[in-house]
Design a protein around this ligand. Structure first.
Ligand code: IPD
Ligand code: CA
Ligand code: CA
Length: 257
């Protein structure tokens, strides 16, 4: 039942995304001029929440645009109606709906769907991860020296604070390593899960960016922690996701001053 609702809600959001993609829609900004929200984000969010509410009126919700809807329930739906909004607003088809389901503080299910590439990633705790219903697993690379990585950056770098995000990127790029920036943390995580990338790291993510993708990586055999190697929590902002083999070496790199 939970899975059916999760997939229905994901489809409902994705339908909105498809309808608006490359069309005309209003765009406004949030924390900075480049931190965008579109009419489609709000419409997709409404469609997702309506769908969940039909089956589970009493569950908690944490969703990017409307925030938190508290209820007396052990289940919380963590929603990013469009992850990759800047891509979406510019007609770049690297964006998705991302929905994670948390129960008693543990991620138990997640779906990330990019309808523009027709790629639906899904995971259920203990049951593995799939891409369009086919089982996926992380890559087998064991050395950073030939790893293919992806990262992302926050929208602002407060003055006076060390900008570790750029320092780390610079170190990898100077070693001649291929590093990508796709613009959707949820897709970054899923592409680690299916072995396209070997590692992903990003500073300052929100729960809705990573909740579903975390479980998909974990169920595909990968590892996700913070930059100190602590177990993943959606409520802490620094994420390292790898195929597992590279994890300790990546932690060392991220913590190298
Ligand atoms: C953003 C994307 C991007 C990441 C940003 C996120 P949004 O989410 O995941 O890849 O670098 O930190 O805010 O704004 O498109 O939902
Ligand atoms: Ca996001
Ligand atoms: Ca978003």
């Amino acid at each position: 039942m939970l899975k059916t609702t999760l997939l229905k809600a994901t489809q409902a959001g994705a339908k909105v995304l498809q309808e608006y993609f490359n069309g005309t829609f209003t765009v406004s900004h949030k924390s900075t001029v480049n931190d965008l929200v579109t009419e489609a984000d709000k419409a997709a969010e409404a469609a997702i929440i309506d769908t969940i509410r039909q089956d589970y009126p009493d569950h908690q919700i944490l969703s990017e645009e409307i925030g938190e809807i508290r209820r007396d329930s052990t289940v919380k739906w963590i929603i990013d109606p469009i992850d990759g909004t800047v891509n979406f607003a510019h007609g770049i088809p690297i964006c998705c709906v991302s929905i994670g389901v948390e129960q008693d503080g543990e991620m138990i299910m997640g779906a990330v769907y990019n309808p523009l590439m027709n790629e639906l990633f899904f995971a259920q705790k203990g049951f593995g991860a799939t891409l369009n219903d086919r089982k996926i697993s992380v890559s087998q690379k064991t050395s950073i020296a030939n790893a293919f990585m992806v990262t992302g950056f926050p929208y602002h770098f407060p003055e006076g604070q060390p900008n570790n995000a750029l320092d780390t990127l610079q170190r990898f790029v100077q070693q001649g390593l291929p590093v990508r920036r796709l613009g959707s943390a949820a897709i970054d995580l899923c592409w680690v899960a299916c072995g396209r990338f070997d590692a992903f790291w990003e500073h300052h993510l929100n729960a809705w960016d990573s909740a579903a993708g975390f479980l998909i990586v974990q169920e595909a055999g990968g590892k996700v922690t913070d930059f100190a190697g602590n177990a993943y929590s959606p409520y802490q902002p620094h994420i390292l996701a790898t195929n597992g083999h590279l994890h300790q070496d990546m932690l060392n790199e991220l913590n190298r001053i």
